[in-house]
Every structure is written in structure tokens, then in C-alpha cells.
Ligand binder design. Structure first.
Ligand SMILES: Cc1ncc(COP(=O)(O)O)c(C=O)c1O
Length: 365
């Protein structure tokens, strides 16, 4: 078992509770005021939820997607225990069907890389723009035994697909018969007007297309462990069977809470992320970091031009009680990069950015 440098730092922080640690590592947007949540009744605990998901949640998810021009019905939806659960279901389902290779727009989260490898897929990483770029798709020689995994807005780079590229991917997919898996866990946070708001709004044919989404980032609620998956109705049937034999159903109280959150909407979170992105983009310019403002997502991915980011992260932790996330959590690892989340509490963000700027100034003399 390997612990990432971030997990090791978090373990040290958890082991020394007396220190006033500042954690600027998770890219989960934080609500300014807790959203109201329905209290679970005993009925929720006294029976299994339907394996596909409770009707109330399927209905509001369908509405959410329709508002984003995605034309689906509830038969195209499956409730999961978050997006990783959805990716796991899809990966096992596709591996059992003869898919042998996963081509990922990278860098990718280590968990995603490990998951695809663990189900026996040969996993290769192409730079996000290459994997997503229409013409260069040909060079990847994708065929029916391949899946193409694209996360847009992308973690960590924030890059997003534009409409032209989305069309090129769907055309290539129809021609070459590969499977497309789209990870949309940051799709509420598209900042660049040139980016496609929802790439799945223009799916010409849902056969061989799967999309995962979740309440973790889009609604700031990773603890709910509720996500959803979209696919052709016959695929949803097959995946629902998999849910049934693997875990029966997702917690019904969590599903009702997710339904309530979805109806409420996430406007305050979107606004906080927008303001945080502005703050962090100005900061990046002031400290001379190598970066363009992120097209989407809840994080800034940058090279701070002081060499190995692990050394910087160690100094921030040891001398300033500040824990940050680095390129080591991704595959391939980018040694000089850090990922700064900007949907966090404003005071935490401002103070942490000041600390990092001080350290950078001192380092550069
Ligand atoms: C790209 C991407 N996909 C999936 C996930 C997992 O989300 P969930 O909490 O819904 O499992 C994350 C979380 O960081 C992520 O960044």
C-alpha cells in the first residue's frame, strides 16, 4: 500500500491535533451557510432503497440534466455511491465485455489510474488536449476494445472541452467504435464561455457513452456519497443489476438528502467558486506563477517556479502548519506543480495564499 505525500501529511496532522493546521488541499467547494437538509425518518432505514435509485432523486436529477440541455429520461439514470463508485461499476462492466485498454486525458488522479489498472485494463495517459483534440484522436488508434476517459472540467488542469472538440470525439467514436466515459464531477464550475457547458448535451447516440457525476464537488457534499451515472437504458439495466449484487442500493436517507440539495440548487457555491477563482488568478499573477486562469473546476494548477513542490509543501507544513496538494497525487506526477483549491472559506484562502507568497518571496531572495 502506498500513501500519497498528501495522505502522509494529513496523517501527521491528524496525529498532532494540538496544532492549528490549515488544510488547503481538498478541492471541495464550501457552503457559506449550511443548506437545509431533511431529517431521515425510520422508514429510510427500515427498508432497502430501489437499486436504481429513489424516484424523488431520479426525477430531480432528470430535471437538472434537462436544464443543461441533456435529453434523458429517468431510465438513463442510476444512483451510485459517488462518482468513483460509478467509474468502478463502469470499468468492471466494460472489462467483462472485452474492453482491454483505457486511454485517459491526463494527468489523472492516482485513484482513477489505479482503478482502471486494477480491473485489468492497460491504462495509458495522453495529455488532456491530445486525448481530447479531434484530429489527434486518430493517432491514438482507438477501437472497440478501448475506452476513452475524459474528465471535463479537468482535475487538476481545469481544462474543458469545447463544442468543436466534443463533436469531433463523438464523430470519431461512431467511426471507430470505442467507448467514451465522461467524468463531469465539476460541471457546475465552467468559467470559460468557450467551453462546452455539458458535453453530453450533444451525444448523438448513447450506445457506448457513459457519464458520471456526483454531489461531492458540484454540491459540496462528498460525505453524502451520492452520485449518478448516465447511459443508454439497456446499460443502466445491466449496471443496476451490478449494484444489486454488489451493494443492493445506495442509502435511501442520503438519496433523499441529495434530492433536496439538487432541488435547492448550488448557486451560492458557484458564486463562491467564481470569486475564489478571481482571487487566486490575481494572486498567481502577482507571485509570477506559470498559469492561465482555469477554464473550469474548483482549483488552480500551477508551477510556482521554485523547483520540487514536495520540498515547498514540506516547508509549508513544518514551518507554517499549512497543508497543500501537489502534483504527486496525479499520474504521471508533475514534480513542480501544486493544486490550489479556490472554493474554500475566503479567510482560509486569503491567509494561505499570503503564507505561500511570503515563502516564495523568501525563497527567491
Ligand atoms: C475527476 C474526479 N472524478 C471523480 C472524483 C470522485 O468523486 P466522488 O466523491 O463523487 O466519488 C473526484 C474527486 O476528487 C475527481 O476529482
Amino acid at each position: 500500500m502506498r500513501l500519497t505525500p498528501l495522505s502522509s501529511r494529513r496523517a501527521v496532522a491528524a496525529g498532532t491535533p494540538g496544532v492549528d493546521w490549515r488544510i488547503l488541499a481538498e478541492n471541495i467547494p464550501v457552503w457559506q451557510a449550511d443548506p437545509p437538509m431533511p431529517v431521515a425518518g425510520w422508514d429510510d432505514h427500515a427498508q432497502y432503497a430501489p437499486s436504481q435509485g429513489v424516484e424523488a432523486l431520479l426525477d430531480v436529477l432528470c430535471e437538472r440534466e434537462r436544464r443543461r440541455d441533456v435529453t434523458i429520461t429517468t431510465e438513463c439514470l442510476l444512483v451510485t455511491n459517488g462518482a468513483f463508485d460509478g467509474l468502478g461499476l463502469i470499468a468492471r462492466h466494460l472489462a467483462a465485455r472485452g474492453v482491454r485498454r483505457a486511454v485517459c486525458g491526463g494527468p489523472v488522479l492516482l485513484n482513477v489510474f489505479d482503478l482502471f489498472n486494477a480491473v485489468g485494463l492497460r491504462t495509458v495517459i495522453e495529455d488532456f488536449p491530445v486525448a481530447a483534440g479531434g484530429k489527434s484522436l486518430f493517432s491514438l488508434e482507438l477501437g472497440p476494445s478501448d475506452l476513452l476517459y475524459i474528465n471535463t472540467p479537468h482535475n487538476p488542469t481545469g481544462a474543458c472541452l469545447d463544442e468543436r472538440t466534443v463533436r469531433a470525439i463523438f464523430e470519431a467514436q461512431l467511426e471507430f467504435g470505442f467507448t467514451l466515459v465522461v467524468d463531469l464531477v465539476y460541471d457546475s464550475f465552467v468559467h470559460d464561455p468557450a467551453a462546452a457547458v455539458s458535453p453530453i448535451a450533444s451525444v448523438p447516440d448513447w450506445r457506448n457513452v457513459y457519464a458520471v457525476n456526483s454531489f461531492s464537488k458540484n454540491y459540496g457534499a462528498p460525505g453524502l456519497r451520492v452520485g449518478w451515472l448516465m447511459a443508454a437504458p439497456e446499460e443502466i439495466e445491466a449496471l443496476t443489476a451490478r449494484i444489486e449484487w454488489e451493494r443492493i442500493a445506495v442509502s435511501s436517507s442520503a438519496q433523499h438528502q441529495a434530492a433536496s440539495l439538487c432541488s435547492l440548487g448550488n448557486a451560492p457555491l458557484v458564486e463562491r467558486v467564481r470569486a475564489g477563482r478571481e482571487l487566486v488568478s490575481c494572486w498567481a499573477e502577482e507571485v509570477g506563477a506559470v498559469v492561465a486562469p482555469p477554464q473550469g473546476g474548483t482549483h488552480l494548477w500551477t508551477d510556482l517556479l521554485v523547483g520540487d513542490a514536495e520540498v515547498l509543501a514540506d516547508e509549508l507544513m513544518t514551518d507554517h502548519g499549512l497543508i497543500i496538494s501537489t502534483g504527486a497525487n496525479f499520474y504521471p506526477a508533475l514534480d513542480n506543480h501544486v493544486r490550489i483549491p479556490y472554493g474554500v472559506e475566503t479567510a482560509l484562502l486569503q491567509e494561505s495564499l499570503e503564507t505561500i507568497a511570503d515563502v516564495l518571496r523568501r525563497r527567491r531572495g
